[in-house]
Write a protein that binds this ligand. Structure first.
Ligand code: AMP
Length: 402
């Protein structure tokens, strides 16, 4: 890897390491953490740093605070969950810079962890302010970042802070970047991408990047309707689908670039149409020339399309997936997403496919399919994952280059 990892930091014994984590966990109205995944996933980094003798000071953003003292966005609410996950005492400091932090760092023991208050209590954080970053890392000898999910933002704690000290990725960010590089930067080919979701307009950068990189591109979900129309399938219209008439030219251009780059585009061959937009509504599978002009909506792709996608998966060694193939939130319109996800999971488990998925609804779609732990890697990073797939350089990752 082209990035600095904890192995590159040298002797950490008795050194203060500032760890930028993403502890922005979901919480209920009584301030109970409802999903501890983000805490649990950064724990190995904290434990490793502690086992190397480092004193670990954890920093993170949390929610969207309206300035300092907005207690509903205080990181103090997660102290007990972090303690439980770590099996160590966590000392909370009610600020992330200044006198209180300096005192707490001076008096900390190497068997406990410091957690500082929400970075976004200071507007300087989002502005990427260098003076604030200097103030932040003043108490530390090293900087480590595990906050891949925030890496598309050039915030002070993500970029300016990393420039102030010897810096590296934590194990979580290292794992995420390795998986994404394996999928898109240095993939074992043939490489296939599945892109679904609602509208072409929200995924233009993604499609434009993918057609230049992948060998096969499956386009499904609502966004496929625009491509189908652009290919001359006139049964698709604004009354029965999510077709974006102002995007037809764009779709054609994307298909032209794909052709120039030897990227095969796989579009639906049959569709599931439904009388109503609700679970278990009356529905039927129709071929493309039998799509009813009105009174029915295209909510999923049919068995012929599923079989075609699965056959393409059999031919490939690497898969990247963003977006559901249909309206997966309502049964039975999760059928195609589930069947293709199950097939990808089987190939992965058999060691035939390296599969990476993420972004937006993809994680819940794959959880719904019951295969979330059977893919090679599922990224929970959302926006950062999408920007990576779009081919953009993430400032919070770039700053950790060797
Ligand atoms: P996105 O956030 O763009 O990845 O879109 C995800 C959303 O696309 C999900 O809520 C799906 O229900 C929706 N979606 C997928 N296929 C269709 C379709 N054929 N018609 C309407 N919505 C769809």
């Amino acid at each position: 890897m082209n990035y600095k990892t904890i192995n590159d930091l040298g002797d950490l014994h008795n050194k203060v390491v500032m760890l930028r984590a993403d502890l922005n966990v979901p919480m209920d109205e009584n301030f109970n953490v409802t999903n501890t995944a983000r805490i649990d996933r950064t724990v190995p980094t904290i434990k490793e740093l502690m086992s190397k003798g480092a004193k670990v000071v954890v920093i993170s953003h949390f929610g969207r605070p309206e300035g300092k003292g907005d207690m509903k966005n205080s990181l103090s609410h997660i102290v007990s969950d972090l303690e439980k996950a770590l099996g160590k005492k966590v000392v909370f400091v009610e600020d992330c810079i200044g006198e209180k932090v300096e005192q707490a760092v001076k008096s900390m023991s190497s068997d406990e962890v410091l957690l500082l208050e929400n970075l976004r209590f200071y507007n300087e954080e989002k502005k990427g302010d260098e003076t604030f970053a200097k103030e932040l890392v003043k108490v530390a000898d090293f900087y480590v970042s595990d906050a891949f999910s925030t890496a598309h933002r050039a915030h002070a704690s993500m970029v300016a802070a990393a420039k102030e000290l010897p810096a590296s990725m934590g194990r979580l960010m290292e794992e995420e970047v390795k998986a994404l590089e394996g999928a898109l930067s240095n993939p074992t080919r043939p490489l296939i991408a599945i892109v679904g979701g609602s509208k072409v307009s929200t995924k233009l950068d993604l499609l434009n990047n993918l057609v230049k990189k992948v060998d096969k591109l499956v386009i499904s979900g609502g966004m496929a309707h625009t491509f189908m129309k652009a290919k001359g399938i006139d049964t698709v219209n604004e009354a029965n689908s999510l077709v974006q008439m102002d995007m037809l030219e764009t779709a054609k251009e994307i298909m032209t670039v794909a052709q120039a780059n030897n990227c095969e585009i796989i579009l639906p061959e049959d569709v599931v149409v439904s009388k109503e937009f609700k679970p278990n509504a009356e529905h039927k599978t129709v071929s493309l020339n039998n799509i009813p002009a009105e009174g029915w909506s295209l909510l999923d792709v049919g068995e012929k399309t599923i079989a075609a996608i699965n056959e393409k998966l059999d031919e490939c060694k690497t898969l990247v997936w963003n977006g559901p193939l249909g309206v997966f939130e309502m049964k039975p319109f999760d059928n195609a997403t589930n069947k293709v996800a199950e097939h990808a999971a089987e190939l992965t488990q058999a060691g035939k496919l390296m599969s990476v998925a993420g972004g937006g609804d993809t994680v819940s779609a794959l959880e719904n399919a019951g295969v979330a732990n059977k893919f090679s890697y599922i990224s929970t990073a959302g926006g950062a994952f999408l920007e990576w797939m779009e081919g953009k350089e993430l400032p919070g990752v770039a700053v950790l280059k060797k």
